[in-house]
Design a protein. Sequence first.
Length: 379
Amino acid sequence: MITTGQIIRCKAAVAWEAGKPLVMEEVEVAPPQKHEVRIKILFTSLCHTDVYFWEAKGQTPLFPRIFGHEAGGIVESVGEGVTDLQPGDHVLPIFTGECGDCPHCHSEESNMCDLLRINTERGGMIHDGESRFSINGKPIHHFLGTSTFSEYTVVHSGQVAKINPEAPLDKVCIVSCGLSTGLGATLTVAKPKKGQSVAVFGLGAVGLGAAEGAKMAGASRIIGVDLNPKRFEEAKKFGVTEFVNPREHDKPVQQVIADMTNGGVDRSVECTGSVQAMIQAFECVHDGWGVAVLVGVPSKDDAFKTHPMNFLNERTLKGTFFGNYKPKTDIPGVVEMYMNKELELEKFITHTVPFSEINKAFDYMLKGESIRCIITMGA
Ligand code: NAD
Ligand code: ZN
């Protein structure tokens, strides 16, 4: 059946209100407009960012909305001006984009595209500000320009990474967000040398991705730091060799780590969102060469405080967004790492649910039981 240019009716999990279970609805998905593609989503997974905006604590709530931003699917049709994608392409929609045309996209160092950089407040498409989703004519808001909790979605072509069609979408869908953020923070930003020590603060999906990157880089010691002792056993699978629970020490964590490593770790990656952990992650790196990378998203009023002497003593502090990966240019390469067996994804996937039971994925995450839960569409 040719659906190009037609409205598609399909199932979507709609969030009508903050914090209330998603409701399976039949939605209408309009055809893609200029520079947009319509994607048939096959697998999606749940990330903390979805839960955070669904709970809508501390932000302007935007409902009804279709959440979801980690996913894999197949292009159904493309809008005007899309030349790099065609129906049948296997793709990962990404929450941030690459227009290819702005100073950031032209820079080798940046992935902070001016046009398509993450925007959590936008509920419509960039082209006309309108939503492509509706129920009985009433628009339903988009989320991060991806809205993957729908059997079909419309995404700006600059937010679509075309990947190897051989790659299993039920695994590589997790490359769209959390995993790549942590992996890239280590591999492309902290860049530990073979044999160096790395501390990872926060052992959620992002931190485990960072630990995996440290393992791939050949780190000799990977010290995991987390307040939740339950995280430790799981983290061993991701190369974490030693654990520090700040609550079990009287000394500041920086000091604990310095004592363990003869003056400090070579690299540290902070994946917590806690400003205390950010300061600790910086102050625990070795003077002379240590590099700390911040990944966690802090609270609105947080301020980072450290003595400037820590910088003069040749410690470096960096921050990164989405592991410094450009979505279209670099993400297909992360998928290739998996295809070449350099990167293992299976161990990140702790649960699987059919689309009709998507609310269970929220329960697993809220209880802290899951790293990633894959949601199978059409089931
Ligand atoms: P998560 O909640 O699954 O994991 C965070 C872990 O940090 C938890 O295990 C928690 O116990 C631990 N933690 C909290 N405070 C701590 C402290 N003071 N010391 C030690 N451990 C502490 O979260 P996640 O999905 O892995 O995401 C981690 C962070 O990365 C979040 O802040 C998220 O918003 C951020 N993030 C950033 C980017 C980016 O591009 N920069 C992208 C995605 C996510
Ligand atoms: Zn750009």
